[in-house]
Design a protein. Structure first.
Length: 171
């Protein structure tokens, strides 16, 4: 897996101060995407032990709320194994830190993926330029949802507990 950047002290991609991993590789290629440079899975830098150590070092800071994984698409097929390994390690080392994951896939398409059991919040759905709204929190277009994955997986009903969808909301 390759990545483009590791952002520290980020407040735009989830609640609190976060570490953000921007991975390479995306098959959705949404028109108007903010990060088209991340579409090519071969672009960026190889995600190695040094990159992982950088993330772990930042997460060890008490003021950091957790890790956000975005891109590109962390659930791009070539990324899934490395993302699963990273999330597993992070959850063991930092069980109280939250993990947010952004993907163009819908929750209903990926809820059975083992990764879903390890993340806290999922921002799902393709970016739709016609539904773009810069006033939205934690997502780029009105169709995208901010989903509490733990609640979603624990429910018997098919209804997905969405924290924010549609209308502008203050977190």
């Amino acid at each position: 897996m390759n990545y483009h950047n590791i952002t520290k002290d980020d407040m735009q991609n989830g609640d609190g101060l976060r570490v953000v991993l921007w991975v390479s590789g995306c098959s959705h290629c949404c028109p108007g995407c903010h990060n088209p440079e991340t579409w090519d899975a071969n672009s960026g830098i190889l995600f190695d032990e040094a990159a992982k150590a950088e993330i772990i070092d930042q997460l060890s800071q008490s003021y950091i709320s957790g890790l956000t994984i975005t891109g590109g698409d962390p659930l791009y097929e070539a990324n899934r194994y490395a993302i699963n390994e990273l999330i597993t390690d992070i959850k063991i080392k930092f069980p109280d830190k939250t993990i947010w994951l952004y993907t163009g896939f819908l929750y209903e398409q990926i809820f059975a993926d083992p990764i879903m059991k390890k993340i806290d919040i999922l921002v799902d759905g393709l970016f739709e330029e016609s539904k773009k709204d810069n006033q939205l929190h934690w997502r780029g277009s009105l169709n995208q949802r901010v989903i509490d994955v733990k609640k979603s997986l624990g429910q018997a009903s098919k209804e997905v507990p969405v924290l924010y969808k549609g209308a502008k909301s203050n977190p």
